[in-house]
Ligand binder design. Structure first.
Ligand code: TYD
Length: 196
């Protein structure tokens, strides 16, 4: 039996990636999961990370919580599924840490990469789909704000530009798909990109 493939959906806030991750997983017959979260431990860490009441979480502590949740996610869900031959679609993965904690919070991107490398035992996605949407479209899709969504426009601009830079640096691993349009239109674009 061959090992499954790991596909990550990435993007800024309000890009529609959770909807598209679910659609893609169904169409591929893949396991669907998400970060931060995907395990009982990870979902508890997620609650902490998204809580807007936590006003002074240090960026390094934030990066370490993300990495801790990811380590559990890989050990408990992703690696066993891939080993059993299942494809896995994850709604965010390690490149979110590079974009948010690196480009967004200003931590050294290579240090955050090394941290994710440690957390995952070196497991990086076979393919990353970046859902790209203009900032005004994304803002129109948000409801009540969590701790990241409340972080301000300049932060989110750095995150979006960070994702674009990461995609440009590794064109064999990334596909950039426009997230503008109906759910069906975007799903079709994602499918075409992944099929290629
Ligand atoms: P998510 O549920 O995907 O949020 P949304 O659907 O609003 O885009 O992710 C939760 C938040 O966690 C999101 O704001 C991005 C942030 N995040 C990081 O900062 N670093 C990470 O490594 C991950 C996985 C997520």
């Amino acid at each position: 039996m061959s090992r499954g493939r790991l596909v990550a959906l990435e993007g800024g806030e309000g890009c529609g990636k959770s909807t598209q991750a679910a659609r893609l997983a169904t169409r591929l017959g893949a396991v669907l999961t998400r970060e931060p979260g995907g395990t009982a431990v990870g979902e508890r860490v997620r609650d902490l990370l998204l809580d807007p009441a936590l006003v002074d979480l240090d960026p390094r502590a934030e990066a370490l919580f993300m990495a801790a949740a990811r380590a559990q996610h890989v050990a408990e869900v992703i690696s066993p599924a891939l080993a059993a031959g299942h494809d896995v679609v994850t709604d965010r993965y390690a490149h979110s840490s590079l974009a948010y904690q690196g480009f967004g919070r200003g931590l050294d991107v290579e240090a955050v990469r090394a941290l994710s490398d440690f957390a995952t035992g070196g497991l990086w996605p076979d393919l990353v789909v970046l859902l790209d949407v203009p900032a005004d479209v994304a803002a129109g899709r948000l409801g009540a704000l969590d701790r990241f969504e409340a972080a301000g426009a300049a932060f989110h601009q750095r995150v979006v530009e960070g994702f674009r830079a990461l995609a440009a640096a590794e064109p064999d691993r990334w596909v950039v798909v426009s997230g503008v349009g109906s759910v069906d239109d975007v799903a079709e674009r994602v499918w075409q990109a992944v099929s290629r």
